[in-house]
Design a protein around this ligand. Sequence first.
Ligand code: ADP
Length: 493
Amino acid sequence: MNLISDLLTKITQNKGRIDPFSLQFRLTVGIIGASVLSFGGVAIWTTWTTYQILIDSHKQNIIYLTDRLPRDVELYSEMIPVDIGLRRAINNVTSPNLLIWARAPDGSVLAQAETLKTERASQIVAAVDSLPWLPTKPQSSWINGSYLLLSSEPLAINGTRIGKLYIAQDITRDQARFLGLIRSLSLVNLLAILALAMAIASYIRRSLQPLREMSQMTQVISVDDLGQAQLQLDSAPSEVTDLAQTFNTMLSRLSDSWTQQREFVSNVSHELRTPLTIVHGYLQSMQRRSQNLTEAQQEALDIAAVETERIIRLLQDLLDLARADSGYLHLSWEPIDLASLLREVASMADPFSSHTIQVEIERLDAHGSGAESIHVKADRSRLRQVLINLIDNAVKYSEPHTPVTLRLHQFDEFVALQVSDRGCGIDLPHQTRIFERFYRVDEARSRSTGGSGLGLSIVKTLVEGMGGSITVRSKLGEGSVFTVTLPNPSVKL
Ligand code: ADP
């Protein structure tokens, strides 16, 4: 359960970032773009067509009036004079937004609609009269702040041309209403597109979420989680569920093969260690009774003994790691006086090394009881092994006669053991990797110093097994500081 919640925490930490190359981003943008285009296209086409229909109906009306008026006047002229008949015919068809007037060829007004008596109408008429050219078929024009459909046709009664008939349909209000309609339509469209975009984005995000979880789980999973990590995708689309099932099967197979590999390493190390220990014992006893050997034989014997010892150590390391992996690392917990352990390890290492091993016990204890009495609860021999490994590295990776310092600090929550050297140091990119198995920064140097690349991974495994942690601080060419922190026990003996 913890593992799954850990994984989910790691997964949710990556949420909220927009990746422009992701399938989710492309699908969302693509679908939104397509809907904007299609919705927008339909909206523009509908508005434009409606507008054309409106204008056309007005134009048809003007054409109809231009046709009808002379006929009406001809009918009237049988009973009343032409000019009176013309005025009556005009007034019969006129409406508040329709301006009709007729002029004789000399420019005098023959007749005009009642609606032309307003000031605004007179201004429009004056503006129209001042135009150099007027269309015969109705055309829209922007005149004097009004939007007009204008036409001027010669006026002939009973075959005699008596002047010109002017018709101006004021469609300003229609136009304004129409623009208002466009505005509300655009707003509704925009809101619909926004709602659609949000719905699409959330649907795509939900559909692709399983894939994202799968990839994020692959990134954070470690060999230790292989057996328990499984994807749960009940509500995912069936293609993704199939993929998740394959992924889960692959995880189970990897976990099985990792277990087999661990068992294999553990068995092989175990089987090899016993005969090699016997061989090493024989070699040592031959070394002790080597008076009759030639110099070359003596040298060969020494090399064989050293190499056998190295392989036995390597096998022991592999066994320790295999045991830790399968949870069988046995630790004997006991209270340990750290200051005396540090001194003991330093005095053990000092005679065999060309370095000065210094021990500094810092009295940081706030209660004034002194760091000399710092105790932790841990496995004595394993903690000694940790310190020896770190000191061994400090000696291996620094020049002879440079100091190696062991420090002990006590804090409220934890106790820190530091091993520092003034050696070659470790470059930043390597610092996170040196705790991996078989990882060595400089292969040639490590081989010449007899390293296998397992030392620090054993140290890490042991320290973590004792409830602590290990970190490194290092600068290339200046040296390294390895800090082991162990929980500060409430047991202060
Ligand atoms: P090895 O057996 O090669 O020493 P370790 O696991 O102990 O393997 O260390 C891994 C690598 O970390 C080493 O190969 C070395 O390059 C680097 N390293 C470890 N300790 C130090 C140190 N004190 N100074 C510089 N490099 C170090």
